[in-house]
Design a protein around this ligand. Structure first.
Ligand code: NAD
Length: 432
C-alpha cells in the first residue's frame, strides 16, 4: 500500500464514523486538512567529515483541543503523506483519551542503524534547529516513535533549551527521568494496551493461561505488552522483529527474550518451566506467517499496513489489538468484520503512550513530580474509561470497535470545533 492510500484510508474512516453521530459538514471538512506541514533539510556532518542532508517533516494536524502532540519517527520510508496520516490519527487519539492536545507527527527519512551514536546526536539536534520556531510547550510537543527513544528526546529537549535560552522540558515528552521524564513513560504504550485487553478478558471470561498471543514487532511497545501479558499468564507463542519471527507452541519466557534481544539485538527463544529456563529451538517464521498463526490474540506492534486485503482472510485470531499505528488497511477492516474479528483500534489500544506523555507535560509545567504508582493508577483509570466508552458505543451502533472509537473522538472534536461558531450560528440572525 502506498502512503497516499494510507491518508485516503484515514479520511474514509472519518466518514464512516460521521454516519453515527450528528456532526456538521464543516467539521468534517476541517478535519480533512492538516493545519500546518513543514518539510526541512537536516544537514549532518558525518564522522568521516562528509556532509549529508536528510529530509525531515513535522505536521501539525489540528489544534482545536489544545497544542499539537505526536511522535518523531526515524525510518528510511518516512515521507510527508505517512507523517500527515499519523498526525491525523494523533488528533483522534488525544480526543479518545480526552486529553487537551491536538495531533501532530514528524520524522526524518533516515536509517538510524547506519549512523554512529555521535551522528545520531548531531542529527537529532540539527532537526530541532530546523523546527525550533514551530514547536514549544504551548504549541507543538514531540515524543518518541519508531526508532527514536528517551535518549534522543533528551538531546532534543536540551537543544531546544539551548536555542530558547531557557529551561523548557515541557517541549518534548518521553525524556529520560533525569531530564524531566515521567515515571512509567517507557512502558506506557504496552501498559495501556494491556489494560484494554484486561477489560476484554473480563467481558469474555478468559482464563489467561489458555490464551495464545502472537506479537509482531519487539521494540518498545511490543516488548512492554509482551511483559505485562506474560506476567498474567498469557502464552506468548510468537514474536518478531524486522528480521523475522520465532514461534514456540508452549510460549516463551518473555523477560529472558527481552534481555537477549536487547543485549544481542537478536531474537533468541527461551522457554521456562517453573524456575528452569532453557534456550529452545524455536521455529523460524516470516513476519507474514506470524500474522496468520492459529492464536487467540494477534498484536501488530511494528509498522502500518501489514494486514491488508490479500492476507486478512487468512487471519485466524479472533481479537486483534492494534499496538502499532495503522497496521490494518480499510479493505482488511471489512474482511475482518465479516469474520467477526474484534479489532481494538490503534487510537485506543496504543494511547497509553500519549496519555503518560500528557502526564509528563503536566509534571514539567507544575514542577511537581509524581510517584510511579500515581502514574500507573491515573493511566489505568483513563484507559479503562476510554475502552468502556468505545465498547458501549460499539454495542449501541452495532458497528466495529474502530468505527465506534472514531465516533467517540469525532464527537469531542466536533464540540471543540463547533464551539467556535458554525454556519447555523452565524446565520441565525441574532446580534450575539
Ligand atoms: P521501536 O522502534 O521501539 O520498535 C519497532 C519494532 O518493529 C522493532 O522490533 C523492529 O525490529 C520491528 N520492525 C521494524 N520493521 C519491521 C517489519 N517490517 N516487520 C516486523 N517488525 C518490524 O518502535 P515502537 O516505539 O515500539 O513503535 C512500534 C509501533 O507502535 C509503531 O507503529 C508506533 O507508531 C506505535 N506506537 C508506539 C508508541 C510508543 O510510545 N513507543 C506509542 C504509540 C504507538
Amino acid at each position: 500500500m502506498t502512503n497516499k492510500n494510507l491518508f485516503q484510508d484515514a479520511l474514509q474512516r472519518l466518514d464512516l464514523a460521521a454516519q453515527h453521530i450528528s456532526v456538521s459538514a464543516e467539521t468534517i471538512e476541517r478535519l480533512k486538512h492538516p493545519l500546518r506541514s513543514l518539510e526541512v533539510s537536516v544537514p549532518l556532518r558525518m564522522d568521516d567529515g562528509s556532509l549529508k542532508i536528510f529530509k525531515g517533516y513535522r505536521v501539525c494536524y489540528n489544534d482545536f483541543r489544545g497544542p499539537t502532540k505526536g511522535g518523531l519517527r526515524y525510518h528510511p520510508q518516512v515521507c510527508l503523506d505517512e507523517v500527515t496520516t499519523l498526525a491525523l490519527w494523533m488528533t483522534f487519539k488525544c480526543a479518545v483519551m480526552d486529553i487537551p492536545f491536538g495531533g501532530a507527527k514528524g520524522g526524518i527519512e533516515v536509517n538510524p542503524k547506519e549512523l554512529s551514536r555521535m551522528e545520531l546526536e548531531k542529527l537529532s539536534r540539527s532537526f530541532i534547529e530546523q523546527v525550533a520556531d514551530f514547536i514549544g510547550p504551548d504549541k507543538d510537543i514531540p515524543a518518541p516513535d519508531v526508532y527514536t527513544n528517551a535518549t534522543i528526546m533528551g538531546w532534543m529537549a536540551d537543544e531546544y533549551s539551548n536555542i530558547t535560552r531557557q529551561h523548557s522540558p515541557a517541549v518534548i515528552t518521553g525524556k529520560p527521568l533525569e531530564l524531566g521524564g515521567s515515571q512509567g513513560r517507557d512502558d506506557a504504550t504496552g501498559r495501556g494496551a494491556y489494560h484494554c485487553l484486561k477489560e476484554l478478558e473480563a467481558k469474555r471470561g478468559w482464563t489467561p493461561e489458555t490464551i495464545k498471543v502472537a506479537i509482531q514487532g519487539f521494540g518498545n511497545a511490543g516488548q512492554s505488552i509482551a511483559k505485562f501479558l506474560h506476567q498474567d499468564g498469557y502464552k506468548i507463542v510468537a514474536v518478531s522483529d524486522s528480521k523475522g519471527a520465532i514461534y514456540h507452541a508452549d510460549g516463551f519466557d518473555v523477560p529472558s527474550l527481552i534481555q537477549n534481544k536487547n543485549e544481542t539485538r537478536r531474537l533468541q527463544a527461551v522457554y521456562c518451566d517453573g524456575s528452569v529456563c532453557e534456550m529452545v529451538d524455536a521455529k523460524q517464521l516470516s513476519n507474514e506467517e506470524l500474522l496468520t498463526l492459529d492464536v487467540d490474540v494477534l498484536i501488530p506492534a511494528a509498522l502500518e499496513g501489514v494486514i491488508h486485503q490479500n492476507n486478512a482472510k487468512n487471519i485466524q485470531a479472533k481479537v486483534i489489538l492494534e499496538v502499532a499505528n495503522g497496521p490494518i488497511t480499510i479493505q482488511a477492516d471489512e474482511i475482518l468484520d465479516k469474520k467477526d474479528v474484534l479489532v481494538v483500534p490503534d487510537i485506543l489500544a496504543n494511547a497509553g503512550g500519549v496519555t503518560v506523555s500528557y502526564f509528563e507535560w503536566v509534571q514539567n509545567r507544575t514542577g511537581f513530580y509524581w510517584q510511579e504508582t500515581e502514574v500507573y493508577e491515573k493511566l489505568r483509570s483513563k484507559m479503562v474509561h476510554a475502552f468502556n466508552e468505545a465498547f458501549k458505543r460499539m454495542e449501541e451502533y452495532k458497528s466495529s470497535m474502530r468505527v465506534a472509537t472514531y465516533a467517540l473522538a469525532l464527537d469531542r472534536l466536533a464540540t471543540a470545533i463547533e464551539a467556535r461558531g458554525t454556519k447555523e450560528f452565524f446565520n441565525s440572525g441574532s446580534k450575539h
